[in-house]
Design a protein around this ligand. Structure first.
Ligand code: NAP
Length: 258
């Protein structure tokens, strides 16, 4: 039987280590037949990403700090040279200053706001600008990003990251509208809390895990592999009618009113 992503080439941004949701997405996509390119932010993480990428034969790796426009440009130039096109992109990147995730949202300074919104929301638009011609070259494609319920509702201490996720989800809708005529789909996956490096920076994260396990309809926490498999579905032609959406992979927690 042909695999779901056989012959497809995808770019994964945001692998920091083996716990990263981006890595679970990569594993699922590779299992379903995709060839992958990865990015790392700065030399510090290169070895980590290279070690993981080497376990998936045929993978490429490139540097890319999404705040550096020249690095985003050269990333897509390199992919153009290596592959001549692209079928899907996973944007799994977020950052806010620690001080902005510790206290009250009302205390957020402009610098912290700009940083969180720039890295966590604007970067998707920057990536789509450069990815669009490569996706178009292959007849269209699929872009996904990762968000959290704190972008729809208040999640105490998620603060400026919640505001960034709201902007990210809105960007998904505008990007889907702009790129739809090129057969490029753009969607977000809203994941339940998962124990990763980024998540450990959020005060009260362990309590979030406990609350979801206790209250969510499925009575368990979200596994990164569940997000990975949903991403594979969104990269594949099985989801060809879906764009501009936020899909919740959260054990059903987001349906609750209490
Ligand atoms: P993670 O493993 O720490 O991944 C976050 C990634 O963002 C890291 O690879 C990090 O690289 C990268 N990044 C930050 N600033 C960057 C920049 N300027 N340029 C390029 N890359 C940059 O944590 P994760 O939980 O898997 O996060 C992935 C995504 O899932 C994020 O958007 C997060 O908000 C979202 N999400 C997470 C959860 C959760 O509970 N874990 C739930 C819902 C949504 P460095 O390590 O080098 O900074």
């Amino acid at each position: 039987m042909t695999k779901l992503l056989e012959g497809k080439k995808g770019l994964i941004l945001g692998v920091a280590n083996k716990r990263s949701i981006a890595w679970a997405i990569a594993q699922s996509a590779a299992h379903h037949g995709a060839q992958l390119a990865f990015t790392y932010q700065g030399e510090r993480l290169m070895e980590n990403v290279k070690e993981l990428a080497d376990t998936l034969p045929g993978s490429l790796i490139f540097p890319c700090d999404v705040m550096q426009e020249d690095q985003v440009t050269s990333l897509f130039d390199n992919i153009q040279k290596s592959w001549g096109g692209l079928d899907f992109v996973a944007h799994c990147i977020a950052f806010a200053k620690a001080e902005d995730l510790e206290s009250d949202y009302v205390k957020t300074k402009k610098d912290g706001f700009d940083t969180a919104l720039g890295v966590s929301a604007y970067s998707l638009t920057a990536v789509c600008q450069k990815a669009a011609p490569l996706l178009e070259a292959r007849g269209g494609g699929s872009v996904i990003t990762l968000t959290y319920l704190g972008g729809d509702r208040v999640s105490p201490r998620y603060n400026v990251m919640g505001v960034a996720k709201a902007a990210l989800q809105s960007s998904v809708r505008y990007l889907a509208y702009d790129l739809g005529a090129k057969n490029i789909r753009v969607n977000a996956i809203s994941a339940g809390p998962i124990n990763t490096l980024a998540a450990r920076g959020i005060s009260g994260f362990t309590d979030m895990l406990k609350m979801v396990k206790e209250k969510a309809p499925l009575k368990r926490n979200t596994e990164a592999a569940e997000v990975g498999d949903t991403a594979t579905f969104l990269f594949s032609s099985l989801s060809r009618g879906i764009t501009g959406q936020t899909i919740y992979v959260d054990s059903g927690y987001s349906i609750l009113a209490v």
